[in-house]
Design a protein around this ligand. Sequence first.
Ligand code: ING
Length: 312
Amino acid sequence: MARNLTVAAAQMGPVAKDEPKAAVVDRLVALLREAAGRGSELVVFPELALTTFFPRWFLDDDEMLRYFETEMPGPETKRLFDEAKRLGVGFSLGFAELHTDDDGVTHRYNTQVLVERDGTEVARFRKVHIPGHEGNEEWRPFQHAERHYFEPGPDGFGVWWAFGGLVGMAICNDRRWPETYRVMGLQGVELILIGYNTPLFYAPDPQQDALAGFHNDLVMASGAYQNGTFVVGVAKGGIEEGVESLAQSAIYAPSGQVVARCVTTGDEVAVATIDLDFTRFYKETLFDFDRYRMPEHYRLITERRGAEPPAE
Ligand code: ING
């Protein structure tokens, strides 16, 4: 019996530094409505979807805080939540979160929220791998100062029953690390939702620039294949405040194949109806963890890996 789910990659083009949040929310609502009109039940928005990618500058606290949300939904984003509920569509949304914990400590996270079709919040994921640098590095044509703005999420990678299956989340740089997929794979994940903002110029090693699209597909397709899960990767792309970022949002099957892909660098919806039971063709054959990768195998592999080099 198929467990069909129609998902949409809701890619965004650039968000200008001074673009009013109301105008950005208008764009998100338009993408949501287009996706719903094409039968989507779950719409995936990019990382930091509400604002320009502000870590490209080194801002002082006052300037920075304008880009953070103290509540989600808040006064400016509530209409996105209301419209999704009215349409009976769920979504995931990336945003900069100012969170005060039970001890009264305020944290700054790069966050993605998952909302079900009835409007209930399923979960919040806070980005684990915070890339870039902490200080203002004058040698760079633009900053990637995420480590100045965000602290790593404290909860790692979880999975949740939603949309008829086991759903997990990751954000941008998380998608490059194998642990991201494996930790969720070991929890049986069937669908991973990822937003990203990826500049095409990588200052520490510009040789990688020409491989940006290849590396993007490589990590999400292999993460999908090696863990028997669907992966949805959604960009905020195009030339944003003078910085060109990768688009190429796509939906990947557990086979590693691309099921649907955006073809522009702007606001664009790519939709696919996926069968979550298709994951079983990989989870119950090639990648049957219980059969082929028992816990003791990990001990053997790690013990061998620690071997010392032979004495000179
Ligand atoms: N962005 C980038 C990413 O991992 C980056 C950081 C840029 C890595 C360019 C490599 C090359 O896609 C975020 N926001 O994590």
